[in-house]
Design a protein around this ligand. Structure first.
Ligand code: SF4
Length: 340
């Protein structure tokens, strides 16, 4: 029997937003998809060794995930992420990612570095898929179209699940059929404050930072332990967030930065959060502006704001202490408000 081609997908960066799109497309072409392991200390340290010093932690981790795959696959999937909406671009580190990986000095399997630049749907998306298919030798246009169509359907389902409040890992399990969607999870974000009196916090940041428990030092788990309701930008419909693109004097150039900022403005405007936690990577250029904008907007709205900067030295203990202090403060503020 003919051996199936193995393509490795690093569990980092665009993985948290586009994994169902990549995976379903490749599988429908007959490829075996291998995902790198969950981020751990070794992956981070391997990535640090092969990356320039001043790179942010998500980039170092990405490099570590690439190294985790090299002996197990025929190709590694490292798309050049340019734009997902034809307006904003991804951060320059995403744009140069295939080159950064290729010239790291490590001997690698061939990279699939198709350019993801979705200006006009569906043409742009199909060009991307066609380049990926040709890179692994699948030339049949019908097969390509069928795989692309199936991938888009799964991706849309994935985005709906995120809107319902599932985290990426839970949503991946549901769409792969390995887990049923619990009925209790099917509830869209409700702007009314939680009647149980729990604090509600907007956890804002790039998906690859906040959803990777190693990078974020378990911020979700910690907030859950503290009994806090967490809202992320994926739970807000994009068309509603986008209205806030008109509020800022100028939008950011970067895709994720806009979404983080619009989500902050959306939630502040509805006065339905007790606080904002912004998870930001040390050395992130775009975040220098996003963080300041969110801080100023939160201050104007009288909403407490915590900026949580993460790097390779961030420890669970430090993050936990800061979260506990922040949540205590929110709770005290709410009690005072009620008493007054
Ligand atoms: S946006 Fe910031 S955190 Fe993300 S890859 Fe670029 S520099 Fe790194």
């Amino acid at each position: 029997m003919k051996r199936r081609i193995k393509v490795g997908i690093p569990r980092a960066l665009s993985y948290y937003t586009f994994y169902p799109l990549w995976r379903v497309f490749l599988e429908k072409l007959g490829v075996e998809v291998i995902v790198s392991k969950n981020t751990n200390r070794k992956i981070l340290e391997d990535g640090i060794k092969e990356t320039v010093n001043d790179a942010c932690i998500p980039i170092k981790v990405f490099q570590g995930h690439v190294l985790d795959l090299i002996d197990r696959v025929d190709y590694i999937f490292v798309p050049r992420m340019v734009s997902a909406d034809g307006k904003a671009t991804f951060c320059p580190k995403f744009l140069g990612l295939p080159d950064m990986v290729r010239y790291s000095g490590v001997s690698l399997p061939p990279l699939i570095d198709a350019r993801y630049n979705i200006k006009g749907l569906p043409g742009g998306l199909f060009r991307f898929f066609r380049t990926v298919a040709l890179a692994i030798g699948v030339k049949n246009p019908l097969k390509q179209a069928y795989a692309a169509f199936s991938a888009v359907i799964k991706q849309k389902k994935y985005q709906r699940l995120l809107l319902y409040g599932l985290k990426p890992v839970e949503a991946f399990e549901v769409i792969s059929g390995s887990k049923n969607l619990p009925a209790s999870k099917i509830k869209k974000f409700n702007p009314a404050l939680d009647p149980t009196g729990r604090s509600r916090v907007a956890l804002l940041g790039y998906p690859y930072a906040i959803y990777d428990p190693f990078i974020s030092a378990g911020v979700f788990k910690n907030l859950k332990k503290l009994g806090v309701e967490v809202v992320t930008f994926e739970q807000i419909p994009l068309r509603e967030m986008r209205r806030y693109s008109r509020v800022l004097p100028q939008n950011f150039f970067w895709y994720y930065s806009n979404q983080v900022c619009w989500a902050g403005l959306y939630l502040l405007n509805r006065k339905n959060i007790d606080g904002i936690i912004h998870v930001t990577a040390f050395g992130c250029g775009p975040d220098a502006m996003v963080d300041k904008t969110l801080e100023l907007e939160a201050k104007t709205a009288g909403v407490p704001f915590l900026s949580l900067t993460i790097d390779e030295h961030t420890g669970q203990g430090g993050v936990q202490t800061r979260l506990e202090a922040f949540v205590d403060m929110l709770w005290a503020k709410r009690q005072k408000y009620r008493a007054g």
